[in-house]
Design a protein around this ligand. Structure first.
Ligand code: PNS
Length: 161
């Protein structure tokens, strides 16, 4: 039988435990998960693509069947290139819904053979986002336990606390 591959795309600036929870859930359904960082020239991320790739690789090194990659251009084109039939996105609360709905419908318009699959994050991470993590870390707040250990270390280096 053909391997079922899904793409888990995002900015991952940086990856949080909420993302890790979605990756683990995705692996319960798919044979292989490709965590893919969008190279977005319009955004000014805190971490470079290389740093983000490194952190995700470190944070997922004990998980089987995870590939970490980056991409440019349309997500559906990247999915086709990688032989993936599905895109995974995490949902926290209604907050995420409108944007995700818009994106899923646009992706379906662009390529109707790629399915969007939404996974619910663990309640423990409902309030965790990369932006709030960066904000708290920038003021020296304690974010340990909300992000993988490697991310905690890198944030500490960046903000010098
Ligand atoms: O982590 P994010 O920032 O919410 O991820 C957004 C992402 C990367 C999934 C989305 O911006 C994306 O897929 N961009 C690639 C360009 C594209 O395909 N756009 C059309 C669908 S919205």
């Amino acid at each position: 039988m053909k391997e079922k591959i899904a793409i888990y795309p995002g900015t991952f600036d940086p990856i949080t435990n909420g993302h890790i929870s979605i990756i683990k859930r995705g692996l319960e359904i798919f044979d292989k998960l490709i965590v893919a960082i969008l190279i977005n020239k319009r955004k000014r991320p805190l971490f470079s693509v290389e740093e983000r790739l490194y952190m995700i690789k470190e944070a997922t090194k004990d998980l089987k069947n995870v590939e970490v990659d980056s991409f440019e251009g349309l997500l559906v084109d990247y999915a086709v290139k990688k032989g993936a039939k599905a895109i995974i996105r995490g949902l926290r609360a209604t907050l995420d819904f409108e944007f995700e709905f818009q994106m899923a419908l646009m992706n379906r318009k662009l390529n109707s053979s790629i399915q969007s699959v939404f996974l619910m994050t663990d309640y423990k991470w409902l309030y965790v986002s990369s932006s709030i993590i960066k904000e708290v870390a920038s003021f020296g707040g304690d974010i340990r336990g909300l992000v993988p250990e490697i991310v905690y270390k890198k944030l500490k280096e960046k903000f010098g606390y």
